[in-house]
Design a protein around this ligand. Structure first.
Ligand code: 4NP
Length: 161
């Protein structure tokens, strides 16, 4: 499995989603690749936001090895699954996909894993306080649990078939 998390700036939400899922993947002994990217390039090369780093650290996860980057067309050919934080991110990923004649990635909103079919957004915490980042952490923790369950089950089905 190759999974790409996508938000607007790649410094607040998607780095947390990447860090949380990577931590679970490692603990489960899986060999999945997890990455993240932003729709915009304003923060390319930067560390995650200090508030994302702090929240992750509070839960024992270090995300300081991450650097922001902008999503590129090739990501739609390289990744199996691209998960957007909100509907604006999702639209932008679909626009990028339209520019290609074929894509590999399945594209969805990340919260559809924990609340199927609701298209619930992970709210952008950038202009708020640390509380918003904490809320984002809990939402992503839940969604990533479901991602792991769902895709581990399908990997087992493939292995047994
Ligand atoms: P993110 O949050 O999309 O969760 O990384 C944002 C970070 C920066 C900006 C917007 C959202 N910005 O406008 O610079």
């Amino acid at each position: 499995m190759r999974i790409l998390m996508v938000c607007l700036g790649n410094i607040c939400r998607s780095p947390l989603a990447e860090g949380i899922l990577k931590d679970k993947v490692k603990k489960a002994g899986l060999e999945w690749e997890v990455d993240s990217a932003g729709i915009g390039d304003w923060h390319a090369g930067e560390l995650p936001d200090q508030r994302s780093i702090a929240i992750a650290r509070r839960f024992g996860i270090d995300i300081t090895d991450q650097r922001a980057r902008q999503i590129r067309k090739e990501d739609l050919l390289d990744f199996d699954l691209i998960l957007a934080m909100d509907d604006s991110n999702l639209r932008q990923v679909h626009l990028l996909a339209k520019q290609l004649s074929q894509t590999k990635a399945q594209v969805d909103m990340i919260m559809n894993y924990s609340e199927p079919g609701k298209n619930r957004a992970v709210p952008d915490p950038y202009y708020g306080g640390i509380d918003g980042f904490e809320k984002v952490f809990y939402m992503l923790d839940e969604a990533t649990d479901r991602i792991l369950e769902r895709h581990q089950q399908s990997e087992k089905r493939i292995a047994n078939s």
